[in-house]
Design a protein around this ligand. Structure first.
Ligand code: EPZ
Length: 419
């Protein structure tokens, strides 16, 4: 296993290019199960999770050729309908193949994803929606067994906003007979990117980005070319890091409209943020002020940026209350930040962070993807050496993160841990 070693306390200066969005690439890859012929995908981030999704698709019979950030997918005549536990247990988003497989093959056998560090991560809303469209679903021996000779359009109202729930049902609905309405749908930009890609292949989806999405079906979908949207969570991670003392960074290739909640919040903390053709320019404030956040579905403050923002608040002036409303256990990074000297108290789904002068470097442990990014930011802020173990978590969602930070002047490297 690798670890990342940081000698902190240096300002970040320069430009960073944002990669393609993991959480758009994964549903878009799953959607190639719905298309006939060749799909050419560009700006696909080279991440462990993308490799896992590729393995799932190859496992049912799709032909995939990948070269750097380009993927060619041939989906004619595949016959498999199973997503095995060995793969699904490493990546929850594997559940995204359920809707497409069921819609195209009339049946699917997908391992239950199981929980992860941040919560139980149930999929009841996915299953309820597919049943409303006529699927027969049973769950046994750790697998979802679904059958549906023919899906039919339905009106579905989500009890809770679910990003992959919305994506799964939207994909299935493209092959359902009639009209499907998704009410209380997720409004995340990644949902829009998936809908746009599906429409480019012949789907009839309207309302993506709003909480009411309409899908007419069935529509035969043919392969096309598609470039994955930029990763707003990676961009937000670098915007937060750029608020560390005396830093100034130009974040290139991100969509500013995907980052409004974070931009306003960092401006409240005193950062200077300007967007132009060149990118999003972030200049750290002389004095970093603390501010409170409540995570929420888009366009609210992204739960995937909560841990990174908390790292910043540990060295802000004053106290910050951070409320996590989406996942029940997304404070695993708190214990590690405390090891670095941070003053944080967790009460229920809120963390009270009392800002301080400086953190001190220490050996720490990554627990999940976004917590790893939080610990990198804390290491950059800290005085002395920080060693982050179990960085395989960070490789799931950030492309070459230590190279990108090194280019901004950070003293950061990856080393092999010998047992
Ligand atoms: C997506 O996960 C993202 N993953 C997550 O990013 C992100 O944190 C999350 O949306 C929220 O924005 C991908 O897009 C691949 P949800 P998802 O369904 O779809 C509950 C990262 O770091 N729920 O929107 O799994 C659920 O427990 C990852 O990149 C049900 O109760 O999240 C949670 O409390 C982490 N039943 C809430 O809804 C269901 O059937 C939102 O979950 C589905 C969800």
């Amino acid at each position: 296993m690798d670890k990342i070693v940081i000698d902190g306390g240096r300002p970040l200066k320069g430009k960073v290019k944002i990669s393609g969005a993991k959480n758009a690439a994964l549903p878009i890859l799953a959607a190639t199960l719905l298309t006939q012929g060749k799909m050419e995908l560009q700006n696909v981030p080279q991440l462990a999770d993308v490799k896992t999704m590729e393995a799932l698709l190859k496992g049912v019979g799709l032909k995939i050729h990948s070269r750097a950030n380009k993927l060619k997918v041939h989906s004619n005549g595949y016959s498999g309908t199973t997503a095995p536990y060995e793969l699904v247990k490493t990546m929850r988003a594997s559940i995204l193949v359920l809707g497409p497989l069921l819609a195209m093959k009339g049946k699917a056998r997908v391992s239950l994803p199981g929980g992860c560090a941040i919560g139980a991560r149930p999929i009841d809303l996915h299953l309820k929606g597919l049943e409303a469209m006529g699927a027969k679903i049973k769950v046994e021996h750790g697998y979802v067994e679904a059958e549906a000779p023919k899906l039919k359009g339905a009106k579905i109202n989500f009890d809770q906003v679910s990003v992959t729930g919305t994506e799964n049902l939207m994909m299935a609905a493209t092959q359902a007979k009639g009209t499907t309405l998704l009410e209380n749908a997720a409004r995340e930009p990644e949902v829009i990117d998936l809908a746009n890609m599906l429409n480019a292949c012949g789907a009839k989806i309207s309302g993506a980005g709003s909480s009411l999405i309409k899908i007419e079906g069935p529509t035969p979908l043919t392969g096309n070319k598609w470039s994955v949207m930029p990763d707003r969570i990676e961009a937000g991670t670098f915007m937060i890091a750029a608020c560390l003392p005396e830093s100034e960074v130009l974040i290139q290739g991100a969509n500013e409209e995907d980052l409004e909640a974070l931009t306003l919040k960092l401006q409240e903390c005193g950062a200077k943020i300007e967007s132009s053709e060149a990118g999003i320019y972030v200049k750290a404030p002389k004095k970093l002020k603390s501010s409170d956040i409540n995570t929420a579905p888009f366009p609210g403050f992204a739960t995937d940026l909560q841990a990174q923002f908390m790292a910043l608040m540990t060295v802000a002036e004053g106290s910050s209350i951070i409320r996590e409303t989406i996942f029940e256990n997304r404070f695993m990074h708190v214990g590690e930040l405390i090891r670095m000297g941070a003053d944080i108290k967790v009460e229920g789904n809120s963390a009270i962070v009392r800002g301080m002068k400086q953190l001190s470097g220490a050996p720490i442990m990554a627990t999940d993807l976004r917590a790893s990014a939080c610990l990198v930011i804390a290491g950059l802020a800290a005085k002395g050496i920080t060693e982050i173990n179990r960085v395989y978590h960070i490789d799931r969602g950030y492309e070459k993160i230590e190279k990108k930070f090194r280019k901004l002047g950070a003293k950061i490297k990856r080393t092999k841990v010998k047992f």
